[in-house]
Structure formats: structure tokens, C-alpha cells
Design a protein around this ligand. Structure first.
Ligand SMILES: O=C(O)c1ccc[n+]([C@@H]2O[C@H](COP(=O)([O-])O)[C@@H](O)[C@H]2O)c1
Ligand SMILES: Cc1cc2nc[nH]c2cc1C
Length: 360
């Protein structure tokens, strides 16, 4: 079967959450020993998790963060505060267990899966998932970042990683990435698909200065006018101005959705992948759990555009899946509320009287 057909099949498997199970969970939340709605967003969260998983008492013990790593030709334009060599160096750090995401994943009981989907170096390690589609993208300021077929291949890599994890029993996924230059690609994807201006979409990424920020906006404008991506064709946008890790994460999101697994969206780059996934499969948005608002300046606007309501705002802007993995603690808390709290009946606690009712 052609790759495009495999992708279409994957998209067709995304049917939407189990509304009946969500309604049952909502009814149970309302008989727990608390005033209705008093656990706020935790209540909404666990009702959504029930609908996504089809389990009236969700328990998401097996979790994995998928860190997609890739390089970007656009780094040649001076859009990052760090050199491209940092991408492979950080991959080795992930594999050695020393990066922030490793620490936070250990704390949250999540596996870290590191995928080389397009790093511009020859990497070998027994734990590395080596699925390189190409050695980094081409410079989008000079031409398309990759071909449409490469973009689809990278989406399918993400989907395959998720599918084999689902077979191993993983129940919830977190998106993570590493790629020097990828905030430029993410900003370009955001501009192409939402019409937001480059000046509003670009941010400081790894920490570029004011001059670098101006240059970044100019590079994004140049890439958009040169490549003229079609806003109604997400694969065209992804291939012309996106990145291999963005494509891989699009596949992660689509395959998690197709398998009825919640997918926790990390920062700016992950949300750009979510934007592509939404355009390819609108039903996938029901499976997305937004973790945090990154300090990357375009992220809040992108989340609003996606109508995603993140749980945390900790001024983080690291990526790797760090914000996503942190939010697993809140997801656990929400599940435990539903699983462990007493009901008014079981604890012998009186219900509140309905408003306006006069007790005799
Ligand atoms: O997740 C975010 O919101 C985020 C915001 C800023 C930077 N990053 C990370 O920093 C790298 C990209 O930054 P840059 O400046 O090289 O485009 C990449 O490895 C991302 O994981 C990530
Ligand atoms: C050191 C470093 C770690 C990162 N992790 C994700 N992006 C990163 C960028 C840099 C520069």
C-alpha cells in the first residue's frame, strides 16, 4: 500500500471519544463527597480521560514520552542561539538518562523513547529508535524543507512507534522533541495554517537576542513567500516549512487517537504538530490534553487557536516533553479522585439542598 493510503487509513480509525462512558464518569463525579464542580478542571480532565479511554474509572499506569529528534537546514540563517551539533549531543544525553525530561519522566514513572527521525549525524545506541527519514531538513529559506513523501514517511514513523508501544501496553503518550531550529519551523507552520503574522509567531527559542528575533521573523516571511504553502493542505505546509520531528509528532498524535489513548501535548513545537494533526483529522483534538503554556511567545496564541486549555504555566520553554511529563502528576491525581473518593451515600454525608428549597 502507498504511504498516503496508510495515512488515510490511520485517519479513518479516529472515531471520537466514548460519549456514554464520559457521561457515566460525569455522573459519578457528581456523587462524590464535594460540592458539585468544586474540583474544577480536575473534574473536566477525568471525564475527558474516561471518554478517551472508554474506561469509566481510568487508570493510566503505563506511560511513555516520545522524544522525536531532528535537525533543520534553516539553522544556517542564524535563527537559533545554539549550534546544530546540540541536537545529536542532546540525543546522547537522553539515552544516558541525564536530560531534564529523563529526570521528570523518572519522577512521573514514564518511559522515555528517543527517536532519531532526522538528526544530521550518524548515531548508534542500543536504546535509540533509529528511524531517520533524512539527515535534517533543507533550508526552507531557500526551498522546501522536505518532500511531501518524506513528510508522510515521518508521520508514519511516529504512528508506528505509538502502535508498537500500544502493543506493549502503553496507555498514555506524551509528545516530546529535540531539534535546534525547530521553533522557526513551528512558527512557520503556525503562520501558514492560521494566518498569524511571523512577527507574532516567532519567539526567542533557545534564547536569541533582539536582532536574532527580527532575523527569525524575516526568515519565516521569506520561507512563506518563497514556498507558498497551501493553507488548506496541511501536508503541503508540513513538507515545505515544517520539520521531521514535527511530522513524527503528528503521527504520534494521530496514532494515539486512533488507539483510544490520551496524548499529552507539550510546548510550542508539539502544539504545531497538534495543529497539523487537527487539520488532517479534526476528531484527533478530542484525544489531546494540553499540558502547559510555554514561554515561547507564539504558544499562547497557538493554544487559543486550537482551543486547547493547558493545565500549567510554569514559564518553561525547554521542550523535550518536560511540561507534558510534569502534567502526568495532575492526570494521576484526577484519576485517583474518580477511583478513590467516597460518595455521599457510602460516607453518609448529606447532599446540599437545592437552591431556593426551604427545609421544613
Ligand atoms: O517546547 C517549547 O515550547 C520550546 C520553546 C523553546 C525552545 N524549545 C526547544 O529548543 C530547541 C529549539 O529552539 P531554537 O531556538 O533552536 O529554535 C528545541 O530543541 C526545542 O525542544 C522548546
Ligand atoms: C542544551 C539544550 C537542551 C535542549 N532540550 C531541548 N532543546 C534544547 C536546546 C538546548 C540548547
Amino acid at each position: 500500500m502507498r504511504n498516503e493510503q496508510v495515512l488515510e487509513q490511520l485517519i479513518r480509525r479516529i472515531t471520537g471519544p466514548h460519549e456514554q462512558v464520559a457521561a457515566e464518569a460525569a455522573a459519578h463525579v457528581d456523587i462524590l463527597t464535594k460540592p458539585p464542580g468544586s474540583l474544577g478542571k480536575l473534574e473536566e480532565l477525568v471525564i475527558r480521560l474516561a471518554g478517551i479511554t472508554g474506561q469509566s474509572r481510568p487508570c493510566l499506569e503505563r506511560r511513555a514520552v516520545i522524544v522525536m529528534a531532528a535537525d533543520h537546514g534553516v539553522v544556517a540563517e542564524g535563527v537559533s542561539a545554539f549550534p546544530a551539533e546540540v541536537t545529536p549531543q542532546m540525543v546522547l544525553n537522553f539515552l544516558a538518562g541525564g536530560a531534564a525530561v529523563n529526570v521528570l519522566a523518572r519522577h512521573a514513572g514514564a518511559d522515555v523513547l528517543c527517536v532519531d527521525i532526522g538528526v544530521n549525524a550518524d548515531l548508534e545506541h542500543p536504546e535509540l529508535i533509529s528511524r531517520k527519514v533524512r539527515k535534517g531538513t533543507a533550508n526552507m529559506a531557500k526551498g522546501p524543507a522536505m518532500t511531501r513523501d518524506e513528510a508522510i514517511q515521518a508521520i508514519l514513523v511516529g504512528a508506528e512507534v505509538v502502535t508498537s508501544e500500544v502493543d506493549r501496553g502503553t496507555q498514555i503518550f506524551v509528545t516530546g522533541e529535540m531539534g535546534i531550529g525547530n521553533t522557526t519551523a513551528s512558527a512557520a507552520v503556525m503562520c501558514a495554517l492560521t494566518g498569524i503574522s511571523p512577527a507574532s509567531a516567532v519567539g526567542r527559542g533557545t534564547g536569541i537576542d533582539d536582532v536574532g528575533l527580527q532575523r527569525k521573523a524575516t526568515v519565516v516571511s521569506q520561507a512563506l513567500s518563497l514556498n507558498a504553502p497551501h493553507a488548506e493542505d496541511a501536508l503541503d505546509v508540513l513538507s515545505k516549512v515544517g520539520g521531521l520531528e514535527i511530522a513524527g509528532l503528528t503521527g504520534v498524535i494521530l496514532a494515539a487517537s486512533a488507539n483510544g489513548c490520551p496524548v499529552v501535548i507539550d510546548g510550542f513545537i508539539s502544539t504545531a504538530a497538534a495543529l497539523i494533526a487537527r487539520q488532517l483529522a479534526p476528531a484527533s483534538t478530542a484525544y489531546m490534553i494540553a499540558s502547559h503554556t510555554s514561554d515561547e511567545s507564539g504558544h499562547a496564541a497557538l493554544l487559543r487557536e486550537m482551543d486547547l486549555k493547558p493545565m500549567l504555566d510554569l514559564n518553561m520553554r525547554l521542550g523535550e516533553g518536560t511540561g507534558g511529563v510534569l502534567s502526568l502528576h495532575l492526570i494521576d491525581a484526577a484519576c485517583r479522585i474518580l477511583n478513590e473518593m467516597a460518595t455521599f451515600a457510602s460516607a453518609g454525608v448529606s447532599h446540599g439542598s437545592s437552591q431556593g428549597e426551604v427545609s421544613s
